[in-house]
Structures are given as C-alpha cells and as structure tokens.
Design a protein around this ligand. Sequence first.
Ligand SMILES: Nc1ncnc2c1ncn2[C@@H]1O[C@H](COP(=O)(O)OP(=O)(O)OP(=O)(O)O)[C@@H](O)[C@H]1O
Ligand SMILES: [Mg+2]
Length: 451
Amino acid sequence: MPTVLVVDDDRSMCTLMISSLKRRGYDARACHSGDEAVNAIEHDAVDAVVTDLNMRGMSGIALCERILARRPEVPVIVITAFGSLDTAVSAIRAGAYDFLTKPFEMEALHLALDRALAHRALQVEVRRLREQVRREPSFDEIIGQSPKMRALFEWIERTAPTDASTLITGESGTGKELVAKALHRKSARSKGPFVAINCAALPEALLESELFGHRRGAFTDAHSERTGLFAQAHGGTLFLDEIGDLPVGLQPKLLRALQERRIRPVGSDTEVEIDIRLISATHRDLPKMVEKGTYRDDLYWRIDVVRLELPPLRERGGDILLLAQHFLDEYAARSSKGVHGLSEAAARRFLDYPWPGNVRELQNAIERAVAICQYDTIGLDDLPQRVQSVTASTVPDIGSFRPMDEVERLYVQKVLDSVQGNKREAAKILGFDRKTLYRKLQKWGLDVSDD
Ligand SMILES: Nc1ncnc2c1ncn2[C@@H]1O[C@H](COP(=O)(O)OP(=O)(O)OP(=O)(O)O)[C@@H](O)[C@H]1O
Ligand SMILES: [Mg+2]
C-alpha cells in the first residue's frame, strides 16, 4: 500500500481527499502545514505527496523545493486555484511532478497519483540497474540477470569444460558469438587458439580451402601453400558461425573431418590429424532443414551434441534496461559526453519495443542516442522512430515488475474507472462473477458498496 501525504491547511478539503484515497487503497495521511510535511518526509516512509499551493506559512512551492532537495525520488502533485497557471508552472519548475486545478474530480487525483507512482517505480528501477551494472556487470562479458540468462550461464559453466560439439542457436543479434568466446575461455583449451569463420560469407570453393587449407598449385590461384583453419585451431576451438548456411557440397567433408578427426588439404594426398573442439552457431532452424532434406541429418547430429539456446531480447525483461545502461556507459565514456541514463519515458518504450534485431539493435539505438543527445539523460526524441512510436501494450502502466496481486488490483481499478465504478459492468469485462469481484475488492480494502 503506497503511503501518500496530503498537505492542506483547509481541513475539510484534507479530510475529503484522505477518505477518497483510502477507499482507493492508499495509505493516506494528513498534514496541515508545510512544516509538518517536511518533518514527515524526513522521518517517515512516504511514497508521494499531494499538496495545496496556497497555504498559510510555508507555501506549496517552498515545500516542493524542500522535498526536491531532501527526497528527490518522492513525486509531488500540487493543487492550484483555478486560473493560476503561472503558479502551476513555477511549481513544476520547483520540482513538482504534476498539478491539478481546483475544482477537480477525485478520479483525476487518483490518475495523477497512479502515474506519479509508476513513474517513481521505474525511476527507482533504472537507478537500481545503473548501480547493478557498475557492481556486478556480467558473466564473462555477457550482461544479463534474467532467469533465462542465468540458466544459460549455468549451462555454459557446466558444458564449457567438455569437448562436446556445441551448437548455439538464437535469433540474429542475441549474442551467439559472445557465448562461443565465453565457452572457449572457460574450457581447458583456453590457452589454445580460438578461430572463427562465417560459413555464409564465402563461396563454396573458397570456404573449403579456408577450412582445410591447400597445397601449392592445388588450383589456379593457389600460388603458395595455405594452412587451413582446422589446422590453425589445433589445440583450441574452431567456431563455425552460420553453420546452417554451409554449402551442401561441403557438408560431407565437414562430417568426415569431425568423425575421423583428420583432414586432407585441397590438392594434398596426405591427411593431417586435427585436435579441435567444435562450436557452431546458427539463426536457422536446423531440425526443420533436416526434415526438409536441405541439411544432412548425420552432420546435424555431430554438431548438435550440446545445445545452447539464446533467448530473444524481448524475453529477457529487465535485462533490456541493464544492457541499455551498459552500452550507455560505454558510449558516453568513449565520446566523453555526460550522458548518465535513460529518461523514464525512454525506458518505458524500451520495455515495450519487441527488438527484432535483439542486442545488436539495442546497441545501435544507444550509440545513436548518445551521439545526438543534448542533455544528461536520453529522452524519447533521441530514440529511433520505430522505438519511439511503438504502441504500448494494453497492460496498464504499472512501472516495472510488481507482484501479480498488485498488478491485478491496478487492472481491476482501471476497468472500474472506465465504467464509472459500475461493478456489474466491470465484472462482465473482467470475466468474474460479481461475488468474485466483491471478494477481491474487499481483500484490497476497496469500495464494496452496491451499484
Ligand atoms: N548479453 C550481452 N551482453 C553484452 N553484450 C552483448 C550481449 N549480447 C550481445 N552483445 C553484443 O551485441 C552484439 C551482437 O552480438 P553477437 O555478434 O554475439 O550476436 P550474434 O547472435 O552472433 O548475431 P548474428 O546472428 O547476427 O551473427 C555484439 O556487439 C555483442 O558484443
Ligand atoms: Mg554472429
């Protein structure tokens, strides 16, 4: 239950607001002067303040300034008399989060408070992440704290020391190459070489001689002997990126090399022994390709002994902000710009955007944002158009992760608001029977009076 301080020297107004807020599930407390409020702010847990602007003694503006100085994370909503827009503007300048003009509906106050608290929750979350990035950045350079990434780290830890062929799958830009390097560094072969090649980047003949090497004169352009990547990776790890794009003609040759642990350079009649651990990666669906006959199943079984699956970024929750903060620190330092963090609005969009290009897309978005940012936080204007214009989900704006029960309460409240408190109507929308709705309202201490 968030605690809200209501500050007004008009006692009847104060009482009115307090009882309405209590009905709405807030723990609301009254203060009848600015001094009293400053004292409460300093000594008690307060989540938000609602204050009248014109009070005897300390004015609402002076109170805003004091709260900003002492507890900047506490949002303040000021209530101004009708027609005093100038004072409202100076209140915002003094650090108020929002203002309401008298007379106002209680509903408007509730909405402003919900918004202010969601804003604060996200702000606290962004600050926490910033600390976290600085404290315990990563698992071997791979940033992530989400359950899916933690499970992956454990799996890397467990499988790195083996020599088993490992296939890393995941959408483009999810960090497959990063994981391949981490596997190598954590293996017994870490002192040996890590040799990487992208199988999609070369035509078949060139790729073959890259992989297996060739003798001098093996083909027209072979002016000298060349050691292949298999031989270069001897004692270490060979990373075949985009293995799903390996030309069909090379598939049996690779299979043979892996089975026999020997290779024959192009144009040579002697075989050489190889000692490598194979890590491959693909964004393709290899089992499906096997099924359709476009990929050899015997090769597939050889390379997919251990499987590591990288989740898409949109399934990593708060990691999105963690990574954003990490890249932000990096690019800000590199360009020596004083950009510290994301604004709440930008963070919100980052969480709503589906990131089809995953971490690489996020990295690019941050690089661009840091380059064009004119202030010390990245705002909506600094984001790529597609991120800016993402339509938020239909889930109510509740800041970052909250317990399910709280999410449910906020959602039910939202639905109730949209039907002017008509419980019969709300129950219909929510798919509850009326009894269930009343039981829930009662549990949350909300208004259970009949329609
Ligand atoms: N968890 C992470 N923490 C920090 N940086 C990351 C993370 N994941 C990816 N990156 C960075 O994002 C970029 C893309 O990662 P990477 O090249 O490993 O992706 P990929 O899955 O191999 O993509 P593709 O399929 O397009 O080759 C790199 O700059 C990488 O350093
Ligand atoms: Mg890659």
